[in-house]
Design a protein. Structure first.
Length: 235
């Protein structure tokens, strides 16, 4: 099968992507200290963008997503004047551009005390995401990685709420080939940067997404994102 050669990046290109990912990690660490109940989604998204630029980002990979509470049910929700409240989950999806190449990461955190279902769904997504990363290796089909994530979520009874693909390639654009979804015919190859980002979105309630950017190798993958993934609750 012919694949777009641009899916495979040079060491120089990968270095820029790794730098962008490191900026994302530093930004997330700062936001954990910054975010408090009573702030608006827009205030937090503005702080994310300000921090990335302060760290040296030449641009943003895409408009920053910071959504809370019921707004987390929208995979590509836009930050609003909604106030972040006790009991909310907050999903933040953002990336820096370095040397023309994009970073991309997502973390979902809790504010105050969460319900048992919120914690359960978080654990399911975390397990799916962790197993999806573990499945990434040169020669593995992109559909197979999606199957791993989707299978865990479906087996837990939430399959209908995983409404997008598991991931995509990243480069000068934040969404590039290959695609990791149910219909993909792409195959992972060494030095492809791809995201692994399963999610569960329960209408009118809440959503959870966790996303890492990984670089495919012959022995597995290198995770460019080092931010913690276990559930973080800010009080």
């Amino acid at each position: 099968m012919n694949q777009d050669t641009n899916m495979v990046k040079t060491p120089e290109e990968l270095m820029q992507i790794l730098k962008a990912a490191a900026m994302g990690d530093m930004c997330f660490s700062h936001i954990l200290e910054f975010i408090k109940p009573g702030m608006t989604e827009l205030a937090v998204s503005d702080e994310i963008e300000r921090t990335l630029r302060k760290l040296g980002a030449e641009a943003l990979s895409f408009p920053t997503i910071c959504v809370s509470g019921v707004n987390t049910t929208k995979p590509h929700g836009e930050p609003s004047e909604k106030v972040i409240e006790e009991g909310d989950l907050v999903t933040m999806d953002f990336g820096a551009v370095v040397g023309g190449y994009c970073g991309d990461m997502t973390r979902t955190i809790g504010i105050g005390s969460l319900s048992e279902e919120q914690k359960t769904v978080y654990d399911i997504v975390l397990r799916a995401q962790t197993e999806g990363v573990a499945a990434c290796k040169a020669g593995v089909s992109c559909k197979a990685v999606d199957d791993v994530c989707r299978g865990i979520i479906s087996d837990a009874g939430y399959g209908e709420y995983f409404v997008h693909g598991t991931g995509h390639g990243v480069g000068k654009e934040v969404h590039e080939a290959p695609v990791l979804n149910t219909k993909s015919e792409d195959v992972l190859a060494e030095f492809m940067p791809v995201t692994v980002e399963p999610g569960i979105y329960i209408p009118d309630q809440f959503g959870v997404r966790i996303e890492d950017l990984v670089i495919i190798t012959d022995f597995g993958c290198i995770n460019a994102v080092h931010s913690p993934k276990e559930l973080i609750i800010v009080r």
